[in-house]
Write a protein that binds this ligand. Sequence first.
Ligand code: TXA
Ligand code: MG
Length: 338
Amino acid sequence: MDTELAAVNPESIQKAAGLLRRGQVVAIPTETVYGLAASALNQAAVEKIFAAKGRPQDNPLIVHISSLEMLPQAAREFPPQAERLAKAFWPGPLTMVLPRAPGLAPAVCAGLDTVGVRMPVHPAALAVIEAAGVPLAAPSANLSGSPSPTTARHVLADMQGRISLILDGGNSRVGVESTIISLVGKPCILRPGFITQEQIAEVLGQPVALAQAVTAPLQAGQQPVSPGMKYQHYAPKAEITLLAGNLQQFAEYVAAHKEPGVWALCFEGEPAMLPVPAITYGKQDDDPTQAAALFTALRRLDEQGAKKVFARMPRRQGVGLAVYNRLLRAAGFRIVEL
Ligand code: TXA
Ligand code: MG
């Protein structure tokens, strides 16, 4: 199959919508990361997403809507807390786990009675959903296990020959996947993102729990609250280790472990201070710049042939928690306290 890369314009949006209505898979830009979309109401179409990604069958997909009128096609209940969060953060990078609607293709929810729903804010994503006229199931458009794509080029690198169309809508502004909050039972954040725990708590007027698996590996036999938690994710080919300490300690540790194939993943302005080649991911203490740069940096390290990577530690609050969560998984939970 030939894979076309098309700039976003009215024509390419209509083309994408036509393919989606006919049960095909199309990669679309969103503000978080690129998504691999198919009609959420069409089982055969959704199965094509799993095949293109090589995704485990038990890992459910997020359903994307373009308006609240579309919500009943995805979720059968819209509790008051969800309504409040939607008012505050939709369209935007927040996914809510709600009781699923009966018309969804079974593969979307991977056997669960719940569904993750989100209304993206990227104008091209909204336009494609609107033109297709159906909710779109869309996981991140990477091969299962590799870093999420934040440019159309990243998608092409993973999906060439596997899908027929990629819409190029530029760099994903946020750069990490949406915050996921479960509203089935007590509100609980299953995956941190650009919408923070603090912001959500403020809108709900109550503290919001953070699933343990956000910052700790699952214990043997433990049932994940979100199936995606059990997979390593975002794994570049290089072995990554997070180093917790200041820049000087970091530089000393890296110098002591210097060998061919060792790289640093650090903040802007720091490479000149380090004894090994380095790739940067944003500015220190500026979490949104780190989120926007992280996945591109992970892909670059692989392109450079990095074997071992020592990474600077992000903050663990605010958007930094999302960055930390992704890096921790990329590192297979390897941290060294300096
Ligand atoms: O920002 C995003 O959310 C991007 C863009 C494309 O919208 N999508 C994305 O999808 O990150 P994906 O498939 O890479 O991640 C979806 C995560 C998985 O970890 C999955 O286990 C979880 O959402 N998930 C989906 N439905 C769920 C449900 N009903 N209950 C709990 N977790 C769910
Ligand atoms: Mg993903």
